[in-house]
Design a protein around this ligand. Structure first.
Ligand code: GTP
Ligand code: MG
Length: 213
């Protein structure tokens, strides 16, 4: 039973990709459907027990909204590890993740362990995607026929690559993200904070790479 080794870990990524949700899953094994945006940053701790050591993560969950960007260096400055998160259904969030990786490579501890994490894989109802994207859409036909004036668009107000049937298509190819991670020597994971898929692995694999001394 070794003494826990404390490790500072920072979470970065575009707003609403699920940073707080991934931490909540890891720390409490819970999920909140309508989690409010983080203001500034939140601090949480959780231990990770490996065969030969115990790592106590001190987690800074930063706010993804652009107005908080300038605070980030305070949180990654002394971090031994970082998880940079994007949303697999939102291409812009992957671009943002890459810019965080660049910033960390330039400005953070040169030995920082970085994990690239594609979250929300539960939204990918079918990996093949296209073949079932033209199903009919009984669920969202609440717009009555009587007022057909100027509300076009309301029935099709889906976001990103979501189809009319509620199917959500992958916007970031797993192979592309994985290749980018390999080129940049990052750990790579896909997760769902909602179902819990892959979340523990992110922290366990980071913990394995931490060398207590
Ligand atoms: P900021 O704090 O603003 O930077 O956002 P965040 O990255 O912390 O995102 P947050 O965890 O608040 O999640 C944003 C929304 O996405 C919430 O409504 C979550 O319920 C939802 N969400 C997070 N993770 C998942 C997931 O794995 N699957 C699904 N379906 N929804 C998720
Ligand atoms: Mg948050």
């Amino acid at each position: 039973p070794a003494k826990p080794f404390q490790t500072k870990l920072v979470l970065l990524g575009e707003a609403a990709v699920g940073k707080s949700s991934v931490v909540l899953r890891f720390v409490s094994n819970e999920f909140a459907e309508n989690k409010e945006p983080t203001i500034g940053a939140a601090f949480l701790t959780q231990k990770c027990r490996l065969e030969d050591k115990v790592i106590k993560f001190e987690i800074w969950d930063t706010a993804g909204q652009e107005r908080f960007h300038s605070l980030a260096p305070m949180y990654y400055r002394n971090a031994q590890a970082s998880a940079v998160i994007y949303d697999v259904t939102k291409a812009s969030s992957f671009e943002k993740a890459k810019s965080w990786v660049k910033e960390l490579q330039r400005q953070a501890n040169p030995n920082i362990i970085i994990a690239l994490v594609g979250n929300k894989i539960d939204l990918l109802t079918s990996e093949a995607g296209v073949e079932s994207a033209s199903e009919s859409n009984p669920a969202s036909s609440e717009d009555a026929e009587e007022d057909d004036e100027d509300d076009e668009g309301t029935a099709t107000a889906t976001t990103g690559a979501a189809g009319a049937s509620g199917e959500t298509l992958r916007a970031v190819a797993k192979e592309e993200a994985k290749a980018y991670a390999e080129e940049n020597e990052l750990l790579f994971f896909e997760t769902s904070a909602k179902t819990g898929d892959g979340v523990i692995e992110v922290f366990t694999e980071i913990a394995k790479k931490i060398n207590p001394q």
